[in-house]
Design a binder for this molecule. Structure first.
Ligand code: PHE
Length: 336
């Protein structure tokens, strides 16, 4: 009787075209209510002899159907895998995706170098507020209200008594007020002046320097600044001190270095002179020392100040200060 099922099964097997067809066919014959299962159940109606023979045949048929269905299933499973592998394949010849790395801003880089040089010479680093009292920005530095020296720095006033600091020099006063000599520090930070063109920005950075102790002389100032400039721009850079005026130093000097762009031959940047102005400095005015309660007979000191944008522009041959603040990624990438 089981042979009655073999041919119909084989016919149906031919029309199986998918994994689910194969599974359905298996259920149709071998499932709980399947055709072969029904025959197995009916075995109990046969005599023991008949049952033995029929049972063997049905078993063989069952194994045959099982094997055939499994074969089909594995063929379709293989096909599906192939299709999936094809659809999920990646083109390893495509260029990769690169993460964009940031780089240090040329100003931060320059500021870092300046700070390194001074800390190696034993200077500590101090800070002060950007919104500053007129008292610290001007008056304690020997620049009284309505004094013509105020014209040197075009000031943003917050109120009559409060300004955006025009230089880092007020940090000199704040530190001296709170400490006794010996003092040896630099004070980097942002400063503000109402000024804007290719070499001036309303916000820019300065580094102030101050050293106060017994017997500090102009020669110490020269030694420190010449050492600094040679470390920053190279050991052969020419340096000269020119007499100048600042209300908070006496005597005062402006420091020039040989133009690094034309090697002192004279160019557009140094206006043909071969020299570039790079620092303001001088011996701390005794009046400033008195203002913070130091005895100028006992203590002397020197102070200096420099603009970081100017140094960065010279170091990296940048001809427009605005490039430093526009954050154009094509410009900034050149410093990575
Ligand atoms: N504060 C001055 C300026 O901004 C620079 C300076 C600092 C000069 C210290 C002398 C001493 O122009």
């Amino acid at each position: 009787m089981s042979d009655d099922l073999k041919q119909p099964f084989l016919d149906e097997l031919k029309s199986v075209t998918s994994l689910s067809d194969a599974a359905a066919l298996k259920v149709k014959y071998l499932g709980k209510k399947g055709l072969v299962t029904a025959q197995i159940k009916s075995l109990s109606t046969l005599s023991p002899d008949e049952r033995k023979q029929a049972g063997q045949q049905i078993n063989e048929l069952k194994q045959f159907i099982e094997a055939e269905c499994d074969k089909k299933e594995s063929v379709f499973k293989n096909d599906e895998l192939k299709i999936r592998l094809l659809s999920e394949s990646i083109d390893i010849t495509l260029p990769g995706k690169f993460a964009a790395f940031g780089s240090e801003h040329p100003l931060s880089k320059t500021l870092g170098e300046v700070i390194d040089i001074f800390t190696r010479m034993g200077f500590s680093v101090e800070e002060g507020p950007e919104v500053e009292l007129d008292q610290y920005n001007f008056e304690a530095l020997n620049i009284p209200k309505d004094h013509p020296a105020r014209d040197m720095q075009d000031t943003f006033y917050v109120s009559d008594d409060i300004v955006l600091r025009t230089h880092t020099s007020p940090v000199q006063v704040r530190v001296m007020e709170n400490r006794k000599p010996p003092l040896r520090f630099i004070a980097p930070g942002k400063v503000y002046r109402c000024d804007a063109d290719v070499t001036h920005s309303p916000m820019f950075h300065q580094v102030e320097g101050l050293m106060v102790d017994k017997d500090i002389k102009f020669s110490h100032l020269k030694g420190v600044l010449i050492t600094f400039l040679r470390q920053l721009f190279g050991p052969d850079i020419p340096v000269r001190f020119r007499p100048s005026f600042f209300p908070f130093t006496e005597p005062s000097a402006e420091i020039d270095m040989g133009c690094i762009l034309c090697k002192s031959a004279g160019c557009r940047v140094c206006k043909g002179s071969g020299w570039l102005e790079i620092l303001g400095a001088g011996m701390v005015n005794p009046k400033v020392l008195e203002n913070v309660g130091y005895d100028p007979e006992e203590y002397t000191g020197f102070a200096f100040g420099m603009g970081i944008e100017r140094i960065a522009m010279l170091k990296y041959s940048i001809d427009d200060i605005r490039l430093l603040f526009e954050n154009d990624i094509r410009f900034l990438r050149q410093f990575s």
